[in-house]
Design a protein around this ligand. Structure first.
Ligand code: ZN
Ligand code: ZN
Length: 339
């Protein structure tokens, strides 16, 4: 219990350190995969290149091209001039809530989320690669085509209700994001040749990306994220070391104090024993007058409740449980004076 606070802080810090390390490893792995992924030209050489690979698959590769719907594109709901192949609609409720220490904080709560997609390809002229499971991309750069915030008109009742419930609605935000057809993007994933058609899909080597950034920019972004995670890990590690240092220091100080106390007690005890030995009668005692344990010192202590006067003071310190004569449990002891 003594180190409870430090223990909790240490535990939290180790948890943060662990999470940072996990993130760091995932960035590192992604970087390694990205750097090793070949950027393949989207032209007539691609099909034969993929065909030559094992299982007709390139496990992780980068291609760049124009987004083209295979059938009819999706029409934007809220911005009708825009068409695309992938659509995400979000409705967020903004509210203020009374949180920690009675402070009101802004909160955003997703109340509605929907997606819509049509099959699409990444093309360069007549050459194209179909993209599947686009929504599982780790980075998915979409255009925000509609973003509207509607404040709620609160009545007196809502204010009162908000005061007591601790949650007050502020408004709703509607956003629509679309991957426009005709936009030029970078796609990263597994490329497979299946029944004569090329397909890009999630890979087991690294995350899938559909982004406007180039491969180089993507690598740079992950390098930066990796470095910032390393800084966090370093800080967290330093805090861990500091807490361990504090706990260690306190432990050693306590141990030292205990050791000193024990030594002092021993010295005092020794002095007391010597003093006692001097005051003991020098005369030769009869055996029945001697302590039954050491048979050297005179009997000096009475065990209660049995009443046996059988121990010297030195031995009575070691014998605490049962009377050595009758085995009765010792409840207390007292000095006995035999005159
Ligand atoms: Zn004794
Ligand atoms: Zn007894």
């Amino acid at each position: 219990m003594e180190y409870l606070n430090e223990g909790i802080v240490l535990g939290l810090d180790l948890l943060i350190l662990g999470l940072c390390y996990k993130e760091y490893c995932s960035y590192k792995q992604t970087l390694k995969a990205l750097k090793g992924a070949p950027q393949l030209p989207l032209d007539d050489s691609l099909k034969s290149y993929v065909q030559q690979q094992k299982d007709q698959k390139v496990p992780y590769a980068v291609i760049r091209g124009t987004v083209s719907p295979i059938g009819a594109p999706i029409k934007s709901v809220l911005s009708p001039t825009v068409t695309g192949v992938l659509q995400i609609m979000k409705l967020n409720e903004h509210r203020v809530a009374r949180g920690f220490a009675g402070l009101w904080t802004e909160q955003k709560k997703l109340v509605h989320f929907s997606t819509n997609e049509v099959p699409f390809m990444i093309t360069n002229g007549e050459h194209g690669v179909e993209v599947t499971e686009a929504l599982s991309s780790a980075v998915l750069d979409l255009d925000v085509v509609y973003d509207n915030y509607e404040p709620s008109s609160l009545k007196l009742f809502d204010h009162l209700f908000g005061f007591f419930s601790g949650v007050r609605q502020k408004g709703f935000q509607t956003t629509e994001e679309i991957l426009r057809d005709g936009s030029f993007i970078t796609a990263v994933g597994e490329i497979e040749l299946d029944a004569g058609n090329l397909r890009l899909q999630p890979s087991s080597i690294g995350p899938m990306f559909l982004t406007t950034a180039t491969k180089g920019a993507l690598i740079k972004k992950f390098e930066e994220a990796k470095s910032s995670m390393m800084v966090k890990m370093f800080i967290s590690g330093a805090i861990t070391a500091l807490i361990i240092g504090i706990i260690g220091r306190r432990y050693f100080i306590r141990k030292k104090a205990e050791r000193n106390e024990r030594r002092l007690k021993e010295t005092l005890e020794k002095a007391r024993r010597e003093r006692r030995a001097k005051t003991r009668p020098k005369a030769n005692l009869m055996e029945e007058q001697l302590c039954v344990v050491c048979v050297t010192n005179p009997k000096e202590v009475i065990c209660l409740p049995c009443g046996h006067v059988c121990l010297c003071e030195d031995c009575s310190e070691k014998i605490k449980i049962a009377c050595p004569v009758c085995r009765t449990t010792i409840e207390s002891k007292a000095a006995a004076f035999i005159s």
